[in-house]
Design a protein around this ligand. Structure first.
Ligand code: 9MR
Length: 453
C-alpha cells in the first residue's frame, strides 16, 4: 500500500513540474514578441558578429546597421536586410568606427517592432598578454622619464611592463647637469638626476638613449655668459662632452649628440652659441669629441619636423651626410611631435626612405600626437581618440617597414596624457600620449600595436 502511495506521489510531482515548466515557456515565448539584440562579438578592425534572441513563430528577421543612432546612414546592404538565422557577420567596415544595429522579427510576413539598439566600435583589440615592447621585434620601445616618475611605483609598473628603453626627458640636458664654470675653466656638475635615471634603467636591463649633449635651448648660464675666447669655449664643450660620455660609458647606449641644429623652413644652421663660437663645422667637432670618449656608443642627430618640412630635412641631411662621410654618425632621430592630421603616412614613408637609403639607424624619437588642433576642445572625444589611434598606427606601420638593420627605437615622449609637455608649453588642453591620466590604455595604445602586426 505504502509502495503505491509513493508511486502516486511521484507521478503527481512529475506532472506538476512538467506542466509548470511548459506553462512557463509558453509565457516567455508569448512575451518575447520583439527580438533582443545581443552585444557584438568577434570585434575586429573591419568586422564584427552580431546575434539576437529569436522570437516565437518568426519567419525571418530584418537587420539594420547604421553609422548613427537614429538610423539615417545605413551600412551598404543593411537597410532592412532579410536574414533567416539569428546572427550575421558584418564585414568590410571601417576601422575605429562606431556602428549601431537593431533587428525586427517577421510574424506572418509583418515586421515586429525594433529590438533594442546596440552600438559597437570596430577596432583592433590586442591580446591581453601583448605589450608595446613585445609587439616590437628588432627595435626598442622607449619612453621619456624623469627622476620623480622612476621612483613612483605606479609609473614603474607600466614602464617595466611596456618599455625596454628610456630617454631622460630633461635630466641629461646640458643646462641641467652643468652647475658652473670657474675662473680656471673647471666645470662643476650635478649628476644626481641623470644618475638616478641611468641607475634605474641599468637595474631593469633597459636600453638608455642619452638626450641631449648639445642643444641650443639647454645652455647653462655659465656658458651663455662665458667671456673667454672661442677656443676656450670649444675646450669647455669638449671637456663637457668627454666627461659626460665617459661617465656613462657602457651604460648609455646612444646619444643625441646635437639636437635641432637647423632653422625651420630653411636649410640653414641655427646661429646658436655653438655655431657662433665653434664655427660652421661644430657638429663634426661635437660628434668627434663624443666618438673619442666612447668609440662604441651610438651617435645620433635628432630634430623635429623632419617629415613635414622638406627644406629643413634637406638641410639636416646635408649635415648628416657630412657626418656619415667622416664616419661619425650612427643614427638619426626624427622627433615625432605630430598631430592627428599630419604628417600623412606617405610623407612619413618618404622622409624615412631618406634615412634607409643612407643606411643609418633610425629613431622615431619623442612621439606624441596632438588632437586638439583648434584649441577649443575641453574633452577628449571618441572621434579624436580614434583619429589619434589611426595616426599612431600609421607611425608604427611605417616604422615597421624599415629594414631590421636600420631599426633602432620608437620612443614615446611621456607615459600618460598629463605628463606631456604640450599643455604647459602651448597653454592648451591635449591628450597626446598612449595612456590616460589613470594609467589606462587608450585607443592609441591599440593603434601602436596594430601597426606592428
Ligand atoms: O619635454 C621637455 C619639457 O619638459 C622641457 O620643459 C623642454 C625644455 O627643456 O624640453 C622638452 O623636450 C624637448 C626635447 O628635449 C627636444 N625636442 C623638443 C621637446 C619638446 O620641447
Amino acid at each position: 500500500m505504502k509502495k503505491y502511495r509513493t508511486i502516486y506521489l511521484l507521478i503527481t510531482l512529475m506532472f506538476t513540474l512538467g506542466f509548470n515548466s511548459c506553462e512557463k515557456e509558453d509565457a516567455e515565448i508569448e512575451f518575447d514578441t520583439i527580438p533582443v539584440a545581443n552585444e557584438a562579438l568577434d570585434i575586429r578592425p573591419t568586422e564584427f558578429r552580431i546575434s539576437w534572441q529569436p522570437i516565437f513563430r518568426s519567419s525571418g528577421y530584418q537587420l539594420d546597421v547604421s553609422l548613427d543612432e537614429t538610423f539615417s546612414t545605413f551600412v551598404s546592404g543593411y537597410n532592412s536586410k532579410s536574414i533567416n538565422g539569428f546572427q550575421e557577420i558584418i564585414t568590410d567596415l571601417s576601422n575605429n568606427t562606431r556602428y549601431f544595429y537593431r533587428v525586427r522579427g517577421l510574424l506572418n510576413g509583418v515586421p515586429t517592432e525594433n529590438s533594442n539598439v546596440v552600438s559597437v566600435v570596430t577596432r583592433f583589440i590586442p591580446d591581453e598578454v601583448i605589450t608595446l615592447k613585445s609587439s616590437a621585434s628588432n627595435f626598442f620601445v622607449g619612453v621619456a622619464v624623469n627622476p620623480d616618475r622612476i621612483a613612483d611605483s605606479q609609473y614603474m609598473e607600466v614602464y617595466e611592463r611596456e618599455f625596454n628603453s628610456v630617454t631622460a626627458e630633461n635630466a641629461m640636458k646640458m643646462a641641467n647637469i652643468i652647475t658652473g664654470i670657474d675662473a680656471m675653466m673647471n666645470i662643476s656638475y650635478d649628476w644626481s638626476k641623470a644618475d638616478a635615471i641611468v641607475d634605474y634603467a641599468e637595474e631593469k636591463g633597459m636600453n638608455i638613449h642619452g638626450h641631449a649633449l648639445i642643444w641650443h635651448e639647454s645652455v647653462p648660464n655659465a656658458l651663455t655668459n662665458f667671456t673667454g675666447t672661442d677656443a676656450q669655449f670649444e675646450a669647455i664643450v669638449e671637456d663637457y662632452i668627454t666627461t659626460t660620455v665617459t661617465r656613462y660609458k657602457d651604460k648609455v647606449d646612444s646619444w643625441d649628440v646635437v639636437n635641432e641644429a637647423i632653422i625651420d623652413n630653411s636649410t640653414s644652421l641655427r646661429a646658436s652659441i655653438f655655431r657662433q663660437k665653434m664655427g660652421e663645422n661644430y657638429l663634426e667637432k661635437c660628434f668627434q669629441f663624443a666618438r673619442n670618449a666612447d668609440p662604441n656608443v651610438k651617435l645620433f642627430y635628432n630634430d623635429y619636423n623632419m617629415v613635414t618640412d622638406p627644406l629643413k630635412r634637406s638641410g639636416a641631411l646635408r649635415e648628416i651626410d657630412k657626418l656619415i662621410a667622416s664616419n661619425l654618425l650612427d643614427g638619426v632621430g626624427y622627433q615625432m611631435h605630430i598631430n592627428i592630421e599630419n604628417p600623412s603616412e606617405a610623407e612619413m614613408q618618404t622622409a624615412t626612405n631618406e634615412l634607409v637609403s643612407r643606411n643609418v639607424l633610425i629613431h622615431y624619437s619623442e612621439l606624441d600626437v596632438r588632437t586638439n588642433l583648434n584649441g577649443q576642445s575641453t574633452t577628449f572625444t571618441e572621434q579624436r581618440s580614434f583619429a589619434q589611434s589611426d595616426k599612431v598606427r600609421e607611425v608604427t606601420r611605417v616604422y615597421n617597414s624599415i629594414p631590421d638593420a636600420n631599426k633602432y627605437a620608437l620612443t614615446l615622449w611621456g607615459l600618460k596624457d598629463d605628463d606631456s609637455w604640450i599643455t604647459p608649453r602651448f597653454n592648451v588642453l591635449d591628450w597626446p600620449l598612449l595612456f590616460d591620466n589613470e594609467f589606462g590604455k587608450k585607443e592609441a595604445y591599440s593603434g601602436f600595436i596594430e601597426g606592428l602586426q
